[in-house]
Design a protein around this ligand. Structure first.
Ligand code: GLN
Length: 541
């Protein structure tokens, strides 16, 4: 029967619960157990799709088209296990489910309450859509003590009661700060956090302590004593050079042994850690460095482009290269000369996904400079759409070519499908249909034989993940091609442009999808592998 591991966080936020959950999942998966990882988010939004990435970080998209919390990205990267819609739930979703049932009369006149109705719904989610998994790891978002997470903590307390200790495990991640003035590690915040959990009826079985550096046995014993946990179940999570060190770090301290002990599983289970060891060995010996300018709007926070960051890192390692990212705020390069001064120093230029007209001028400038200086260019989603607009607007008479995302235009080269008329050029501006009109999740594209992208993938047919509302208006196919753009990836029905490239440039690629969402340390994405390789060529020139 499936065993459930619940991971909570205490003291402060941003301790890396997602990384720890992913690392544990990775270790279990490497022991050949079947694992699922789920995220329970206490906020009221139905999903993070409409949340500002600079506040909440990137929106991660699954193959089955769910807009989810970015922790699901970590889960996939660490384990290669493909997340599903059913792996992320929010308070908003739970409540809307409960209220729907209340309106239908499903509660047969009883008073609808947080306990048991909301908690029942949470428990149902935790156990739903499983297929003989050995382990389900559930990360509870937020910090213990938050009002929002109370129903989730209550639900997992009930589950322990229902399923028993041998089927459930509570892991609590806390902070053990070092006070330099006192020259001491402080265990009090951890004690308080565990006390808070105890007050809710949850005694953690394992404590993971985030710490700047290794702390002594004394501090460990103190935590063990005050928190009612065996010494071996207090595990340190020290600062790491890279998040990918965490699985080995946890394994070294015997986390699996503790876990298997708890579940009464054979502790001699073989684990092959070679993949992680090889990956880290390469990471410690990177030979070269390249720089990539990422020109975007949310550049103040690299969390907004988490998967992109990671994908570049993975492909860097694949190429034995350190990738230095230079975040360029597109609003600061609206003057073409300034733009050139800033970007000419970089080995590559990347315009990532984005929304809205704001800041597009700088992104278009970046595309112009990549063409002028022949700097390798990768345009992702919005970046591809802008590359097409930049190109076509150089044609005589097409200066005003635009996207309907930016308002009224007589040349809707980028527009929503329902805005295309029969000849695909007639245009009705329609903003009434923004909600729920996104193309989300995995779609197939057919690659043009002999194209650059064909040789990158070494395939004729690919599947990649999408998250966008607007499309290239196929009615402008001739003009787009006339402007020097090669349409090298098309949807199977032949109507949607998925990939573009240029023959007058050493490495220029635009993709309508988000390749970064599928890159993992052990399977870096071919597009990024090729991009970094192109930057290395540029570096040696
Ligand atoms: N804003 C564009 C669209 O909706 C691009 C979206 C994106 O880059 N993810 O089509």
């Amino acid at each position: 029967m499936t065993k459930f591991i619940f991971i909570t966080g205490g003291v402060v936020s941003s301790l890396g619960k997602g990384i720890v959950s992913s690392s544990i999942a990775s270790l279990l998966a490497l022991c050949k157990y079947k694992v699922r990882i789920r995220k329970l988010d206490p906020y009221l939004n139905i999903d993070p799709g409409t949340m500002n990435p600079s506040q909440h970080g990137e929106v991660f998209v699954t193959d089955d088209g769910a807009e989810t919390d970015m922790d699901l990205g970590h889960y996939e990267r660490f384990t290669g296990i493909i997340s599903k819609k059913s792996d992320n739930i929010t308070t908003g979703k739970i409540y809307s489910e409960v209220l729907k049932k209340e309106r239908k009369g499903d509660y047969l006149g009883s008073t609808v309450q947080v306990i048991p109705h909301v908690t029942d719904e949470i428990k149902k989610f935790i156990k739903r859509d499983l297929n003989k998994e050995d382990f389900v790891i559930c990360e509870i978002g937020g910090t213990v003590g938050d009002i929002e997470s109370l129903p989730f903590l209550e639900a997992i307390r009930q589950l322990r009661n229902e399923l028993g200790k041998s089927k459930t495990l509570f892991i609590h991640l806390t902070l053990v700060p070092f006070l330099s003035s006192a020259h001491e590690f402080k265990t009090k915040p951890t004690q308080h956090s565990v006390k808070e959990l105890l007050g809710l009826g949850i005694q953690p079985d394992l404590l993971l302590c985030r710490t700047e550096r290794k702390f002594d046995k004394e501090a460990k014993s103190k935590i063990s004593l005050f928190c009612n946990i065996s010494l071996d179940s207090v595990i340190l999570v020290e600062n790491a050079l890279t998040i990918y060190e965490v699985p080995l770090m946890l394994n070294k301290q015997g986390l699996l042994k503790e876990l298997f002990n708890h579940f009464n599983l054979p502790s001699k289970k073989k684990i092959n850690l070679k993949l992680w060891e090889d990956f880290l060995k390469k990471y410690y010996q990177l030979k070269r460095t390249v720089s990539v300018a990422i020109v975007g709007k949310y550049t103040n926070l690299s969390e907004s482009y988490k998967s992109l960051n990671e994908a570049l890192f993975h492909s860097g390692i694949y190429n034995n290269t350190k990738v230095e990212i230079k975040w360029v705020d597109s609003k600061k390069i609206e003057n073409l000369k300034d733009c050139e001064v800033i970007l000419k120093e970089c080995n590559g230029i990347l315009v990532p996904g984005g929304f809205g007209k704001d800041g597009t001028l700088g992104k278009i400038n970046a595309i112009k400079i990549s063409k002028k200086l022949k700097i390798p260019f990768l345009g992702i989603c919005f970046g591809m759409q802008l590359a097409i607009l930049e190109s076509i607007s150089n044609l005589k008479g097409y200066k005003n070519a635009s996207s309907t995302e930016f308002g009224k235009t007589s040349f809707p080269v980028i527009s929503m499908i329902h805005e295309w008329k029969k000849n695909k050029k007639t245009f009705i501006h329609d903003t009434s249909n923004l909600g729920g009109s996104m193309r989300l999740g995995s779609y197939t594209a057919l690659l043009k034989k002999g194209s650059m992208v064909n040789s990158i993938y070494k395939k004729n047919k690919i599947n990649e993940r999408h998250r966008h509302r607007y499309e290239v208006n196929y009615g402008y196919k001739n003009e787009i091609e006339m402007s020097g753009v090669v349409l090298s990836g098309i949807s199977p029905d032949g109507n949607l442009v998925e990939i573009i490239e240029r023959n007058d440039h050493p490495w220029f690629l635009g993709v309508q999808f988000h390749p970064e969402l599928k890159s993992t340390p052990f399977k870096p994405h071919p597009i990024f592998n090729s991009f970094i390789k192109a930057l290395l060529n540029k570096e040696t020139k």
